[in-house]
Design a protein around this ligand. Structure first.
Ligand SMILES: Cc1cc2nc3c(=O)[nH]c(=O)nc-3n(C[C@H](O)[C@H](O)[C@H](O)COP(=O)(O)OP(=O)(O)OC[C@H]3O[C@@H](n4cnc5c(N)ncnc54)[C@H](O)[C@@H]3O)c2cc1C
Length: 374
C-alpha cells in the first residue's frame, strides 16, 4: 500500500494551499483531485486582499489580476450604494488561480492523483483512503478539502448532509463593455443575489445564488434570468448588453450554509468542507486559503513533535478555526437575511448611503486581517 505523510482530498484553494505549505516544510504530500486543471468553477472570483500578499509570497503570480477597491450593492428595485472596500481585493478567474497554484504545488514536490475518493477509514492511527479505481492509499494525516458537498460527507456520516440545501449557484463570463475594472457589484433579485466583477481575462464574471424553490417555478436558467434576475436594473443591463462566453452557464445545486464540524473522524476539514460563508461577503476563497494554512501549521507540528499528539492537533485546529472564522460566518448570515428581504434591503441601502462609515464597519466584520507572512 502506498503511503504519504499527509493525503489531501480535493485540490481546490484550501487543498492546494495546504499542499504548498506542507511541501515547502518538507512534508511528503499527496493531493487527490477528481478533475484536471484548468477548469471553470462556480465562484464570484472576487478574491479578498487579506490573502493576496500571502499567495504572492508562496510564489503565485497575480500580477495580471484586476485591482478592485469599490463595492456597489443594489436592491432588486435598483436602489444602490457604492462604498470603498477597506481592504479591497482582486478579480481573478478560478480557471487561472487553481491552475497556477497546482503548477506551483507540483513544482514544490507535491504528488497529484486525478481520481475520486470514495471512502476513508481510520484504523490504528492511520487513514486508509479508497479511490474509485479501487486503489488503497495510506497516511497518518488526512485533510478533507473537498468543497461544499461531496459523496464523502455521507461516508463520514456528517450531520449537515442529512438536511436539504435550497441554494443553486450559477455562473458565466461575459464580454461587457463599460464595466468598471475597480468595481465588485452585489445585486439582489427575488430569492437571490448575483456578483459582478472583472477577471484577469478582461471578461466580467456574473455568478449568482438563487433559492431553488423559486428557481424551479421557471424551469431553466434562461427563463429564470429573463423573468427574475433581470428585474434588477443592473443585472438586466448585463443580460441584455453582455455577450456570454460560455456555451451555457455552469451551475451547482444543493449549496449548504449549515454549520459543519472542523474535524470529523480525525479528518481535518479545510475550506468549504469546514464551513461555507455566504458568498455576498466575498471571502470564501480567502477563508479556504487561510484554513489550509492553519491546518498545515498544526500538521507540521504533529509530524515533527512527539509531545504534540493527535488530540492536541485537532483541538488546536478547531479552536484556531473558530477564532478566525466563527464571527464572520455569523455576520454573513445576518447580511444575507438583510439583502434577501425586499423591504429591509431597500431600507438598509437608503440608510447606509448616508453613513458610509457604518457600511465599512459591517464589511470589516465579515473579513479578517491580512495573513501574516512568515
Ligand atoms: C455562488 C457562489 C459565489 C461565490 N463567490 C465568491 C467570491 O466572489 N469570492 C470568494 O472569496 N468566494 C466566493 N465563493 C466561495 C468560494 O467559491 C469557496 O469558498 C471556495 O471555492 C472554497 O474552496 P475549497 O478549496 O474549499 O473548495 P473547492 O474550490 O470547491 O475545491 C474542492 C475540490 O475538491 C474536489 N473534490 C470533491 N470531492 C472529491 C472527491 N471525493 N475526491 C477527490 N476530489 C474531490 C473538487 O473537484 C474540487 O476541485 C462563492 C461561492 C458560491 C457558491
Amino acid at each position: 500500500m502506498k503511503r504519504w505523510e499527509t493525503i489531501i482530498i480535493g485540490g481546490g484553494l484550501a487543498g492546494l494551499t495546504a499542499a504548498l505549505e506542507l511541501t515547502q516544510n518538507g512534508v511528503d504530500v499527496l493531493v487527490i483531485e477528481k478533475n484536471t486543471y484548468p477548469k471553470h468553477k462556480v465562484c464570484g472570483e472576487y478574491l479578498s486582499g487579506e490573502v493576496v500578499p500571502y499567495l504572492e509570497s508562496m510564489g503565485i503570480d497575480l500580477s495580471d489580476a484586476v485591482k478592485i477597491d469599490t463595492l456597489e450593492i443594489s436592491s432588486r428595485s435598483g436602489k444602490s450604494l457604492k462604498t470603498r472596500l477597506p481592504l479591497g481585493g482582486i478579480g481573478i478567474s478560478r480557471y487561472a488561480l487553481d491552475q497556477r497554484m497546482y503548477m506551483e504545488a507540483k513544482a514544490t514536490g507535491a504528488d497529484f492523483k486525478f481520481s475520486t475518493v470514495t471512502k476513508v477509514e481510520f484504523e490504528n492511527e492511520e487513514f486508509i483512503v479508497h479511490t474509485v479505481e479501487n486503489e488503497v492509499l495510506q497516511a497518518p494525516v488526512l485533510i478533507g478539502a473537498y468543497g461544499k458537498r461531496s459523496n464523502l460527507d455521507k461516508n463520514l456520516g456528517r450531520e449537515f448532509i442529512k438536511q436539504r440545501a435550497p441554494w443553486l449557484g450559477v455562473k458565466s463570463h461575459y464580454r461587457y463593455r463599460g464595466f468598471d475594472d475597480n468595481l465588485v457589484g452585489v445585486h439582489s433579485f427575488d430569492g437571490g443575489y448575483g456578483g459582478l466583477s472583472k477577471t484577469e481575462s478582461g471578461l466580467v464574471n456574473f455568478c449568482y445564488l438563487a433559492n431553488y424553490e423559486i428557481f424551479k417555478k421557471y424551469g431553466d436558467i434562461e427563463t429564470f434570468n429573463h423573468r427574475v434576475v433581470a428585474e434588477n436594473p443592473r443585472l438586466k443591463s448585463l443580460l441584455e448588453k453582455g455577450e456570454p462566453e460560455f456555451d451555457k452557464p455552469i451551475s451547482i445545486a444543493q449549496v449548504s450554509f449549515q454549520k459543519k464540524m472542523q474535524v470529523e473522524n480525525h479528518v481535518l476539514m479545510c475550506g468549504d468542507a469546514a464551513g461555507l460563508i455566504h458568498p455576498l461577503c466575498g471571502n470564501g476563497m480567502a477563508m479556504a486559503i487561510h484554513s489550509g494554512r492553519i491546518a498545515s501549521q498544526f500538521i507540521y507540528r504533529f509530524l515533527a513533535d512527539q509531545n504534540f499528539d493527535r488530540s492536541a492537533m485537532e483541538l488546536a485546529y478547531i479552536q484556531t478555526w473558530n477564532q478566525n472564522f466563527g464571527k464572520r460566518l455569523r455576520w454573513g448570515r445576518y447580511l444575507q437575511d438583510l439583502i434577501l428581504n425586499p423591504f429591509m434591503s431597500n431600507l438598509a441601502i437608503r440608510s447606509l448611503t448616508q453613513f458610509d462609515s457604518i457600511t465599512r464597519a459591517i464589511i470589516k466584520r465579515t473579513h479578517g486581517k491580512p495573513i501574516e507572512i512568515s
